[in-house]
Ligand binder design. Structure first.
Ligand SMILES: [Zn+2]
Ligand SMILES: [Zn+2]
Length: 279
């Protein structure tokens, strides 16, 4: 078993901190971890986000977080992960990259300069609206429109050819807002594209720790993905050592229920398919 979505951002970029994540992993029976820091932790990505820092009177919270980020260098990050590997930690070098409009070439140029094992693609921002920042940023929002807009951006992310895995596929539900107008056809179209491209769907326990209190993605999405044989990875989206491998048995039993027998691992952006163990 593996956990392919882990953030180090709440501690120093030091081996001691990384070891704490690895200790939890081993305790829970995992054999490999993938570190996937947010791209906005790194100064190299600032130009892509700078439009969100523009003071235009709205989205004050976006200006505030953006000023605090972009502190690290990708080189130091990769160096830490390579040293960890030398020390015997079974670790993959990943990155969680936001899909933002008109940024494909920019992202492509950066990620090709480093020895990543895989790239997670995710959508946290619609236009200038960072919808997962806090529940209060939903005040006055049309929920159905938010869902439609979200899946439109996600479809563009899937089509971008930048990513190996799509993270938290239905993150738009994070705070428990439920759509009343169906997005089934949008979701099914995206899953069909992912199946065609062999782009992985992340099965994540992070949603269990959020107000929505269910897996990412929802079971009906996993069921449809299984029919199309969309490949999958497993994830916790841990931001602290204690969350590594969080509730992984639930992920395994859920995907097995819909017929999945294999999951995906990556090395230097090549996919490998391993048998899912029984729980
Ligand atoms: Zn994310
Ligand atoms: Zn994440």
């Amino acid at each position: 078993m593996v956990d392919y979505h882990i953030h180090l951002e709440n501690g120093p970029y030091k081996l001691d901190w990384l070891y704490q994540f690895w200790h939890t992993a081993k305790k829970r029976g995992l054999t490999e971890i993938g570190i996937t820091e947010h791209c906005h932790k790194f100064k190299e990505f600032y130009p892509m986000f700078s439009y969100l820092a523009a003071e235009d009177g709205s989205y004050q919270y976006m200006h505030e977080w953006i000023k605090k980020d972009f502190q690290h260098s990708l080189e130091d990050y990769i160096d830490l992960l390579l040293r960890a590997r030398e020390q015997g930690i079974q670790i993959k070098i990943g990155l969680e990259v936001d899909y933002l409009p008109n940024s494909s070439e920019f992202i492509h140029n950066i990620i090709n300069q480093y020895p990543f094992d895989y790239i997670l693609g995710s959508v946290h921002v619609i236009g200038k609206w960072g919808f997962d920042y806090a529940p209060r940023v939903w005040e006055g929002r049309d929920i159905n429109q938010a869902y439609k807009d979200y899946y439109q951006v996600l479809a563009a992310a899937v089509n971008s050819e930048l990513f190996d895995i799509i993270a938290h596929f239905d993150l738009i539900k994070v705070f428990g807002h439920r759509n009343t107008v169906s997005v089934e056809s949008e979701v099914k179209n995206i899953l069909q594209k992912m199946a065609d491209k062999k782009l992985c769907l992340e099965i994540s326990s992070a949603g269990i720790r959020k107000p929505i209190n269910e897996l990412y993605p929802a079971e009906w999405i996993i069921e449809y993905a299984a029919k199309l044989q969309v490949p999958i990875t497993f994830a916790s989206d841990a931001h602290y050592p204690e969350d590594v491998g969080f509730e992984w048995e639930k992920l395994v039993s859920c995907v097995k229920k819909y017929g999945y027998g294999k999951y995906t691992r990556f090395s230097q952006r090549q996919a490998f398919y391993d048998k899912i163990i029984c729980v």
